[in-house]
Ligand binder design. Structure first.
Ligand code: ZN
Ligand code: ZN
Length: 420
């Protein structure tokens, strides 16, 4: 009780100490703002020079979060300001001089309309972050632009006879869809032939007991029903719709089943995790349907997850839908064992097989390099400084005055001149 009393009494007894602490806080905050300003400039150079792609990072913000050991929200603010550096010279100048904080400039860069630099630079000199946010919501918004066509879509028109579906898929989905549809059609065709043979074959029975030759429509419904009936329990953990790939073992050429030839990168990507059924062929004759050991069993997958829960690429941290990647590809004799497998997210898995990043073993001590051969590591770049802190004035902070929104004039975007 006495300690509480003394803590409470301390400021009153020694108001001077608080002044000293506030003073130091203002000085450090000013320096921190100035440092953030320089960080923003550095990130802008990486952003505009397109230097981020080489590292395999998903975005500028992801790169910043990784390299500075900061949270993604902090990194997003830095990336937002960096991206609009040229649009907000006054706000960034305030940051560089320690007068504005990263959070203040960050909300401006994230939401403010074009041409508003001067308006918000003035407002930020007195407004808190939440007051700036309110001001930004008061800014009249232009009509939202028509959004780009979604990559995938299913549209339907119905009439008395039935429905007509239009399905739009991006290229990579197209391959999966075609493979799935074709494999169902083949199965239906085989079934149909067998039934016809049993029923005596020939011309007599056709049109009476034997249904018509199954086509794409039947295959599509069979696919839907398989998915509908199957439920997730039937599928092995982490496995997707089966894509059938034919691999010529001598020539190392692969094609999707009744589909296009695959590039080396696509072949290795598709055949790396057990997401497809692989038919090995020599001189066009099937010689086997994939090594059964190549399938990653539940047990092996659990062991992989236990060893490392996230994508193995430093700075990624993805945990959902990970693929088991063969470090030494099974085509080259790599085994499907813990030592040769590593979990990577689909994004980085593709990136690796396209040759943008490289992943080298052993599995417990991976080496991941970017497209320039630089090794990626997961730590932040932070180290003790070699230079004195920036010489800037202490940060006074927002005035903290109650905002009177009644009298506030929101930023008015300039309407572009029209020709008619
Ligand atoms: Zn792989
Ligand atoms: Zn990843």
């Amino acid at each position: 009780m006495s300690s509480t009393a003394s803590t409470l009494a301390a400021p009153a007894a020694d108001g001077g100490r608080l002044e000293v602490l506030f003073d130091e806080l203002a000085e450090l905050t000013g320096q921190r703002n100035a440092i953030d300003g320089r960080i923003v400039e550095i990130v802008a150079e990486m952003d505009h020079g397109d230097l981020c792609g080489a590292t395999g990072a998903r975005s500028v913000a992801a790169l910043v979060a990784w390299r500075t050991g900061s949270s993604l929200s902090n990194a997003r603010a830095i990336a937002a300001v960096a991206h609009r550096l040229a649009e907000f010279p006054r706000c960034v100048q305030g940051l560089r001089e320690g007068r504005l904080s990263l959070d203040q400039v960050g909300v401006i860069a994230a939401k403010a309309g074009p041409g508003s630099d001067e308006h918000y630079a003035r407002l930020a000199a007195v407004a808190t972050v939440s007051q700036l946010s309110t001001a930004l919501t008061l800014e009249p918004r232009p009509e939202p632009e028509p959004r780009p066509r979604p990559a995938r879509s299913v549209t339907k028109t119905s009439d008395a006879q039935g429905a007509c579906y239009r399905i739009r898929l991006p290229r990579e989905d197209e391959a999966i869809f075609d493979a799935a549809l074709n494999s169902h059609r083949d199965a239906l065709l085989a079934e149909w032939k067998r039934d016809r043979d049993v029923n005596g074959g020939g011309g007599a029975g056709v049109g009476v007991q034997v249904p018509p030759v199954p086509g794409a429509g039947e295959a599509f419904m069979s696919l839907v029903e398989a998915g509908w009936d199957g439920e997730v329990a039937r599928r092995p953990h982490g496995q997707h719709t089966t894509v059938v790939v034919h691999v010529d073992v001598d020539k190392r050429v692969a094609a999707l089943h009744v589909g296009p030839l695959l590039s080396d990168a696509d072949r290795q990507y598709l055949t790396c995790d057990a997401t497809c059924e692989v038919w090995f062929e020599r001189h066009g004759e099937p010689i086997g349907s994939g090594r059964s050991t190549r399938l990653i069993s539940r047990r092996l997958r659990r062991a992989l997850e236990y060893r490392h829960r996230t994508c193995a690429v430093p700075g990624c941290g993805a945990t959902g839908g990970l693929h088991a990647h063969h470090i030494r590809h099974w085509e080259d004799g790599g085994v499907t064992e813990l030592d040769n497998l590593v979990l990577v997210c689909p994004y980085h898995h593709r990136l690796h097989h396209r040759g943008v990043i490289t992943i080298r073993g052993p599995a417990d001590n991976l080496t991941v390099t970017d497209s320039d051969g630089r090794q990626l590591d997961s730590g932040s770049l932070a180290r003790p400084p070699n230079h004195p802190p920036p010489a800037v004035a202490p940060y006074p902070g927002p005035t903290g005055e109650r905002a009177d929104w009644w009298w506030y004039q929101p930023f008015e975007p300039q309407t572009p001149p029209t020709n008619n």
